[in-house]
Design a protein around this ligand. Sequence first.
Ligand code: FAD
Ligand code: MG
Ligand code: MG
Ligand code: MG
Ligand code: MG
Length: 526
Amino acid sequence: PNNLPIAEVFIDDEDCEAKKRTKDKPKLVILGGGWGGVALLKSLNPDDYHVTVISPANYFLFTPMLPSATVGTLEFRSLVEPIRRILSRVHGHFIRAKAENVHFSEKLVEVSQIDSQGKEVRFHVPYDKLVIAVGSVTNPHGVKGLENAFFLKDINDARKIRNQVIRNLEVACLPTTSDEERKRLLSFVVSGGGPTGVEFAAELFDLLNEDLTRHFPRLLRNEISVHLIQSRSHILNTYDETVSKYAEDRFARDQVEVLTNSRVKEVCSDKIVFTQQQEDGSLVTKELPAGFVLWSTGVSQTALCQKLAQKLGNIQTNRHALETDTHLRLNGTPLGDVYAIGDCSTVQNNVADHIITFLRTLAWKRGKDPETLQLHFKDWREVALDVKKRFPQSVNHLKRLDKLFAEFDKDQSGTLDFGELRELLSQIDNKLTSLPATAQRAHQQGCYLAQKFNKLAHLSEGLSINDIRDGDLDAAVYKAFEYHHLGSLAYIGNSAVFDLGEGWSAAGGLWAVYAWRSVYFAQSIS
Ligand code: FAD
Ligand code: MG
Ligand code: MG
Ligand code: MG
Ligand code: MG
């Protein structure tokens, strides 16, 4: 396509014996060197594939500790690991470039890079198997003035934040700075009450109160303020209620101002404008002077994924992520060619099918025909518990499922008939059961693919192609992907909160902080 050159031969293909061995092996191309891509590399057997990673960043970034790096608790270099080093175990190749497009029928990835003359060059990289693991981008939510805000996705973002915080403190100390201007410079606003926003606010608060007041004695404690703006009624709203309550109480005690039910309208160079919903439902527009604004209000699709989804037409209907089947194969592409993992993807999990099976069993146990089954609230509770168990991250409030029962019992008979139930199930499928955009999930999916690819490479030793039904190799050699929720953690100012699913949650002081740190350090890859 487009007459671009094809990178058939790599310059390091002949470098050593090991690389020569993989030269004629199937070409496995991985887009992205983040959590998903690296988990795959770490579990893949060496020498079964000719492996190539394509990514604009030549390092893996340990994101869970990124908020700590912004305030200097951790050194930047302890959070990154060179991709080339990770690749050396599988004798793989690295191309520092950005994937721009995928030509599915020609099995080519189109990539771009800026050359030494500052000109954009483009070429194609061929694949036999392609794994898309390009992650996500910060969601701008169509808000004006985001050029005045800071983001926290990358190591450069963390560096910029650290510089700006210190700069504000230094300027605030100048004898020529007015009282009003000093207050503004020392007003730090975080937009977004998810784990990243909450952890950053907590780290910032620690820094300002514990470390810096010693070095900046002129800055009186009560001149520094930290504000957190959240659109929902609670912070950490995807966590268990006790966890979210603990975080709010903690912030109240630390005097981190939490502004809930608030939507940012514009970020200006010296203030932030937002509307806050009042108890009577009316909206009031408010302003806060701000010397620093962090924008961390969730993620959305990268330009590459938007383009691919569009290309695959009405097979890809999810606006937030690329849809795969349960074997993580990108829907709409030739079976077994293209996979998608991590933040950029979601698995079509057919929870509706799962529940229908569950109900058939229930009906059968009672000696009834499923089509005539009337579902009482008590039965629904049983179904709801089952759904919650399978999708703990997305359905952690049973109340939400209880509410659905009332909502879909249109005739208010206290029972759901099959029609009402079908409506309800499709709602669950669409809204409640998408997989979380976490390192935990990306990691599990990367490991899953590696296990499967390891098996596929030695297929000839076991199965013969004719044995395989419908040509579905993946299903023949390996089980479908299943997500295991291992809980979530967040750091909030010398304490940490855990949400372990299944109704277990914990929050606590120093012991929790050490547990939090050790869990992440244990996961750290070097
Ligand atoms: P990423 O890890 O983002 O990797 C994407 C890779 O693709 C990068 O290497 C990128 O350079 C590359 N890329 C991008 N575009 C292209 C392109 N066009 N072509 C080729 N390559 C491309 N999760 C948790 O589970 N626990 C936590 O405590 C936690 N804390 C977090 C804190 C912060 C500050 C942030 C930002 C995230 C945090 N997360 C956490 C979420 C977690 O980092 C993501 O869910 C995870 O990184 C997703 O992995 P991924 O492989 O899909 O994408
Ligand atoms: Mg990745
Ligand atoms: Mg990332
Ligand atoms: Mg600290
Ligand atoms: Mg009814």
